[in-house]
Write a protein that binds this ligand. Structure first.
Ligand code: HEC
Ligand code: HEC
Ligand code: HEC
Ligand code: HEC
Ligand code: HEC
Ligand code: HEC
Ligand code: HEC
Ligand code: HEC
Ligand code: HEC
Ligand code: HEC
Length: 327
């Protein structure tokens, strides 16, 4: 959590520049409070009993009569499918249809001539409450099923911090902004890492945050898409580093991150240390009595022996050489 203060500051900054200056800054307060209270799995879907009495619902066509602009935009989004019976397999009740599937039953709101207190507006609601409304439909997919336990929700980040059903800025996925800019509004330190001289080309559009992380949460640390040690997520693109090799470099058991920084580095090859010998010796010290073998005594640290990978070239593993001299 070493970034949390910086994040909070940048998060508030992000809120201030958003359109929702007054109401959102307020709900930001609520967010941090509720985040503290609900660190663990929350399932507000079960706590809020969604009314099923059909007479409480009026249907999207009625909403259209007063909210024409919103309706016109709604009709161009993927959510319009929820107004069409033919597209609804599991969810056929009126409470799953159109505007009211998110805002709840609208009869009282309409009868009150548009009484704002009689409809769910998403304003001043906790991230858990707003996200639960979305998850009602979206939690059944592999991608979103883990949102309840994501670092994002636990830290008060809601679906509608990244998506907007009515005011999306991107043509795809109702995004409020493009990645990685969206992510950088809160993750300033990652922006700095990805701007280092050697980096995965995320800013250049070659690699996405999403290739390695899920913004929606996963079972694994750091919301990584695969294995916690980081390897699987790297093999997706660097397959040749996986092997199987006859002679594995067992350093990889600790993950690629034992030697590389995943985002960016001031060192070539994204290495954690700028001189490769220091990196190797951090595990292969000459005095080693346990663990990996020390370097042989003829490795006298004269310049000749400093560039370890000049001789030990197949550093990720080899099929022919126990000491990785050849691939
Ligand atoms: C997928 C869920 C969802 C659906 C469907 C939906 N809304 Fe919304 N609505 C929201 C959210 C979330 C907000 C808060 C603003 C935002 O994030 O875009 C909102 C905000 C609003 C507002 C506040 C004013 C504004 O412009 O933001 C009105 C009015 C509104 N919705 C009406 C409607 C109507 C009418 C429909 C049907 C045509 C509808 N909504 C369908 C989720 C939804
Ligand atoms: C008879 C006209 C009328 C109908 C029909 C109607 N609304 Fe409204 N709605 C209003 C008015 C007026 C407001 C208040 C606008 C304001 O004060 O800014 C409002 C406000 C809202 C808000 C809150 C916006 C905010 O800024 O907080 C939401 C959400 C909303 N309506 C959704 C719906 C939905 C969903 C339906 C259909 C179930 C619907 N409305 C049908 C007139 C109507
Ligand atoms: C009533 C069910 C329902 C609710 C509630 C709901 N969605 Fe959806 N959502 C859908 C369906 C259906 C689709 C279209 C899926 C498809 O085409 O595969 C969809 C698609 C999306 C997409 C992809 C859009 C695209 O252009 O591909 C996003 C993003 C999304 N929803 C976000 C949200 C958010 C945020 C909320 C809460 C504010 C929400 N949804 C609430 C049913 C729902
Ligand atoms: C931290 C930002 C962030 C949050 C929070 C977030 N999303 Fe997303 N979401 C994204 C990004 C980025 C994409 C685009 C993925 C891509 O380009 O492949 C996406 C894609 C989607 C899609 C379309 C693609 C798909 O996999 O179906 C849906 C639906 C969706 N999100 C729903 C949700 C819902 C529901 C929530 C809350 C439970 C949510 N998102 C929370 C960033 C976010
Ligand atoms: C090439 C894969 C990859 C890409 C691309 C990537 N990450 Fe990461 N990220 C990782 C790995 C692996 C870790 C875990 C590092 C560790 O635990 O030592 C991580 C850690 C993180 C963390 C935890 C804190 C930290 O800085 O270590 C955050 C937040 C994060 N990434 C956000 C992002 C964002 C935002 C983007 C896009 C702008 C992004 N990442 C792009 C692989 C990636
Ligand atoms: C509204 C602010 C906000 C946005 C936008 C946002 N994040 Fe986050 N993210 C957070 C907060 C707060 C945390 C929890 C604090 C932390 O661990 O860094 C977090 C945590 C994470 C983590 C887990 C870090 C860990 O230590 O386990 C990853 C990975 C991550 N975010 C990636 C992304 C990606 C990718 C995007 C863009 C699609 C994104 N975030 C957009 C606020 C945000
Ligand atoms: C989505 C594909 C993708 C994933 C996932 C990925 N990489 Fe990469 N990686 C690349 C590409 C493309 C390059 C070439 C970069 C360039 O030419 O700018 C690269 C380059 C590298 C380099 C060498 C840079 C250089 O200077 O030659 C290292 C080291 C590296 N990646 C490590 C990792 C690690 C560790 C992971 C897992 C945390 C990982 N990669 C995950 C696509 C990926
Ligand atoms: C024992 C430390 C170590 C571990 C663990 C390690 N690497 Fe490397 N890696 C290196 C070194 C050292 C270089 C530079 C080799 C050179 O300069 O010839 C390198 C270079 C690379 C390169 C760029 C050059 C090339 O050979 O393509 C990529 C890509 C790469 N590593 C990916 C990975 C991936 C993916 C993992 C995890 C499976 C990983 N590395 C684990 C030490 C390591
Ligand atoms: C994270 C710790 C770690 C780092 C960093 C590391 N290694 Fe290793 N290395 C190991 C482990 C563990 C083994 C397996 C030892 C065994 O078989 O008992 C190993 C094995 C070896 C072997 C084979 C030795 C044998 O007798 O099987 C060589 C050669 C080697 N490493 C060279 C290097 C070089 C060169 C570097 C720097 C690029 C490096 N290592 C970095 C942990 C590490
Ligand atoms: C000039 C070529 C050369 C360079 C440079 C070099 N080595 Fe070696 N290394 C060797 C030779 C030769 C062996 C012995 C191979 C054998 O036993 O078959 C060896 C063996 C090893 C072993 C295995 C020891 C064992 O007991 O199994 C390790 C570990 C090792 N080197 C680490 C390193 C490290 C760390 C560096 C950089 C500081 C390095 N080497 C630089 C040539 C080199």
């Amino acid at each position: 959590m070493k970034y949390s203060r910086e994040l909070r500051v940048s998060y508030i900054a992000a809120l201030l520049v958003s359109l929702w200056v007054v109401p959102r800054a307020h709900s930001g307060d609520d967010k941090s409070k509720s985040a503290r209270q609900t660190k663990t799995k929350t399932d507000q879907t079960k706590q809020y009993a969604w009314p099923t009495d059909p007479t409480l619902y009026v249907g999207s066509d009625t909403c259209k009569t007063c909210h024409e602009d919103l309706y016109a935009h709604f009709a161009t989004t993927a959510h319009f499918a929820t107004t069409m019976d033919a597209k609804l397999d599991a969810h056929k009740g009126v409470e799953w249809h159109g505007c009211e599937a998110c805002h709840g039953p609208g009869k009282e709101h309409v009868e009150g001539g548009g009484d704002k207190s009689k409809i769910f507006t998403f304003k001043n609601a906790t991230p858990q409450e707003t996200s639960a409304r979305c998850l009602r439909c979206h939690e059944y997919t592999e991608e979103h099923g883990n949102y309840d336990r994501s670092m994002h929700l636990a830290n008060g980040v809601a679906c509608i911090d990244c998506h907007s059903p009515h005011h999306a800025q991107e043509s795809q996925y109702l995004m409020k902004a493009k990645s990685p800019d969206l992510c950088y509004t809160c993750h300033m330190s990652v922006r700095a890492e990805l701007s280092r001289p050697f980096h995965h080309r995320v800013n250049e559009g070659l690699v996405q945050c999403n290739d390695c992380h899920s913004p929606h949460g996963t079972f694994r640390p750091r919301q990584l898409r695969t294995d916690g040690a980081g390897d699987e997520v790297c093999y997706k693109c660097h397959t040749e580093k996986q092997g199987p090799f006859v002679y594995q470099h067992e350093a990889k058991i600790e993950g690629c991150a034992a030697c590389h920084t995943p985002h960016g580095s001031t060192n070539q090859r994204l290495l954690k240390q700028n001189q490769v010998n220091f990196l190797c010796i951090s595990c292969h010290s000459q005095a080693a009595t346990a663990g990996p073998p020390g370097t042989p005594s003829f490795h006298d640290q004269s310049t000749k022996y400093q560039s370890c990978t000049l001789c030990h070239v197949a550093i990720h593993g080899s099929n022919t050489s126990r000491v990785f001299f050849t691939p």
